[in-house]
Design a protein. Structure first.
Length: 222
């Protein structure tokens, strides 16, 4: 029984995704995305969980977006329960790129407050893309529980996610501006500043927020 050209291509691509050379894995992911085949989906998702190179992971995600969302989304939602942080974060990242709101129920409060910063950041980005119309205020409330968390990169990610929801976040931010934790107050003020003046930059906004908190205030507008 002879092997068809398509079968040969499939085997070569699957082997390429596991090659020790990142350049070969990149080319294999590109080939899979260029010629989508449902047989590749499981391997692409499996590889996302363990791929060490960022640019290869991005190509794996792109390849997954080239397949039918009805096939990829349910499998990616299952990945959100993985014990491996990279599996969760990359699945979230891929779901945000696919943009199918059927994935929304998979974006749980547990993921939005995940102990791993990269997972949490990916969850925040996915949530603001997938949130159904009318549920933005509730999402803003959940996201606000993470104000003050982590270093600048993490705080900036959260601010961007909140700002993407628009002015519905203002009541939530104003509540956070009275929090007992100074870091929460600072982050809330900085996020409001960025919402009102996106060109200000996060560093400027956070330093201004620190000054306001140090002076015992909440917001210059308030």
């Amino acid at each position: 029984m002879t092997m068809s050209k398509q079968d040969t291509h499939t085997i070569r691509a699957l082997q390429g995704l596991e090659d020790s050379r990142s350049s070969v894995r990149l080319q294999a992911a590109l080939a899979v995305g260029t010629t989508p085949d449902p047989r590749f989906i499981d391997k692409l998702i499996e590889r996302c969980a363990i791929e060490p190179e960022f640019y290869v992971r991005e190509m794996l995600t792109w390849a997954l977006t080239r397949h039918s969302s009805s096939r990829t989304v349910p499998k990616l939602i299952l990945e959100l329960r993985s014990e491996r942080a990279q599996a969760r974060s990359q699945a979230l990242h891929t779901l945000s790129k696919i943009g199918d709101r059927q994935a929304w129920p998979g974006i749980t409060r547990a993921l939005l407050s995940d102990a791993d910063d990269e997972v949490a950041r990916s969850a925040w980005r996915a949530a603001v893309v997938l949130v159904p119309e009318g549920e933005e205020c509730e999402l803003a409330g959940v996201l606000s529980t993470q104000l003050g968390r982590g270093e600048r990169e993490t705080q900036l990610s959260l601010s961007r996610a909140l700002i993407a929801l628009g002015e519905v976040i203002l009541p939530t931010l104003r509540t956070a501006m009275t929090d007992l934790d100074a870091r929460v107050r600072q982050h809330a003020i900085a996020t409001e500043r960025l919402l009102r003046n996106p060109d200000a930059g996060f560093e400027f906004a956070i330093e201004e927020a620190k000054r306001i908190v140090a002076l015992g205030g909440t917001s210059q507008e308030g």
